[in-house]
Design a protein around this ligand. Structure first.
Ligand SMILES: Nc1nc2c(ncn2[C@@H]2O[C@H](COP(=O)(O)OP(=O)(O)O)[C@@H](O)[C@H]2O)c(=O)[nH]1
Ligand SMILES: [Mg+2]
Length: 417
């Protein structure tokens, strides 16, 4: 064998060995990479495994907890959060929360009003609703039925006639396509009739602001005064009540109970005393003590009894003597359950002493609340308050929009409440 061939064989052998070594190392590397993770883990000493797991697990547990807490907060009503101590909301959240609070309060008020007006709504509004349900076209029969419904709801003959004439005119002008249009017209006209312009009571206009409350027996004068005293004194006004119903000791007691309940001073005299002297004393007491409001309760009187009407005129005159411009307001209290008779009372009291406003009570117990439409249409005296129950917050300042909304509320929605 020549030395050249021998050298070639040696080089070839070296190359083969090198190749074998490289291939083996590669295989080894590949095997190491494909080792299962668990095997790798198992290789770790236990002392390293535990601490390595804990910090990992801890943040993982905290995240869902924090997220859950956030979710709970978001689900919680925002009005609760705004009042919860220590909870801070940003400005926009606060605005939303405040608005929600207002909306919820208003909704509660409306719900109560709807409930209070349910008997009246169940009376004539339901009757009218039923007429429209069965009649899909407008014809004389529909107008007759409508007229009947309005009359029986104590809306009053004059007001009913006016409304039917209005409907006929609209019909002739082809303005009423279907019963729905009649319904809408009725609703908007009722709203228009009730919306008598009147300045809001502004206690800064007269010091003290004097209110004389009149009306026949049992209509709710004393109760209305008690409810007003409760509202005004709750608003921080100093209120004096004049017990000018001196006919019965029980009437004075009733006012005194309200006085105690509402923390208002009650000025009274002996049974049978001249009611004018009581209001005179009450106004002077209020002047001396810086009171903001004087509300005078008067004896219930039949509007048909002339001497009693003379007496009430005297009370009004004496109030004026005690304070220029008094009585600043003369509020006639009417019981809605009396229906048409209420219209007569407005006339008699109005003629005798003039009226600046009406409080219509007991709407919660009558289907005759429609009388309010007749009163406003015929006498144009603003309704200031409505009574929808006996409790002290059952006297509402009259709000036309809310009233009409509650009056025309769909019965099926009421049942759902
Ligand atoms: N259901 C209901 N009862 C009322 C309302 N206002 C007054 N009353 C009740 O009517 C009755 C007579 O009230 P009162 O204030 O004594 O009438 P006054 O004689 O005019 O002073 C009392 O039982 C009152 O509780 C009202 O809005 N709703
Ligand atoms: Mg009374």
């Amino acid at each position: 064998m020549s030395p050249t061939v021998l050298a070639g064989l040696i080089v070839a052998a070296i190359v083969v060995i090198v190749i074998i070594v490289i291939v083996m190392r590669r295989r080894k590397d590949e095997q190491g990479e494909s080792l299962p993770e668990s095997d790798v883990d198992r290789e770790l000493p236990p002392s390293q495994e535990e601490p390595a797991q804990e910090p990992e697990a801890a943040p993982e547990e905290k995240v869902p907890e924090a997220a859950e807490e956030q979710e709970v907060k978001a689900a919680e009503p925002i009005e609760k959060r705004v009042t919860a101590p220590g909870v801070r909301l940003d400005e926009s959240e606060e605005a939303v929360a405040a608005q929600k609070l207002l909306d919820a309060k208003r909704e509660r008020k409306l719900k109560k009003l709807r409930k209070g007006l349910a008997p009246t709504r169940g009376g004539f509004i339901a009757k009218i609703g039923a007429i429209f349900k069965e009649k899909k076209t407008i014809d004389p029969a529909l107008l007759d039925k409508l007229e009947e419904a309005l009359i029986t709801a104590d809306v009053g003959a004059k007001t009913t006639e006016w409304f039917i004439t209005l409907l006929k005119e609209a019909l002739e002008k082809d303005e009423l396509a279907n019963p729905d249009a009649v319904w809408s017209l009725l609703r908007s006209e009722v709203e228009r009739v009730l919306a008598i312009e009147a300045e809001p009571w502004d206690f800064s206009k007269s010091k003290p602001f004097t209110i004389m409350v009149v009306g026949v027996n049992g209509v709710g004068k004393t109760t209305t005064i008690g409810k007003l005293a409760s509202q005004y004194s709750g608003q921080g006004h100093k209120v004096v009540l004049a017990a000018a119903d001196t006919f019965r000791a029980a009437a004075v007691n009733q006012l005194e109970i309200w006085g105690r309940r509402t923390k208002c001073e009650v000025i009274k005299s002996k049974e049978g005393a001249d009611p004018s002297s009581v209001v005179f004393d009450a106004i002077n007491y209020a002047k001396e003590n810086g009171a903001d409001v004087v509300i005078a309760d008067t004896a219930g009187r039949l509007h048909t009894k002339a001497p009693l009407m003379e007496e009430i005129k005297k009370v009004s005159r004496v109030m004026e003597k005690a304070l220029d411009g008094a009585p600043y307001q003369i509020l006639l209290v009417l019981d809605a359950t009396t229906g048409q008779n209420a219209l007569q009372q407005v006339k008699e009291f109005g003629d005798a002493i003039g009226l600046t406003g009406i409080a219509l009570t007991k709407l919660d117990g009558t289907a005759k609340g429609g009388v309010i439409i007749g009163i406003c249409h015929e006498y144009k005296i603003p309704v200031r308050f409505i009574g929808i129950g006996e409790a002290k917050d059952d006297l509402r300042e009259f709000d036309v929009k809310d009233f009409v909304e509650a009056l025309f509320y769909k019965e099926k929605d009421v049942e759902e409440e």
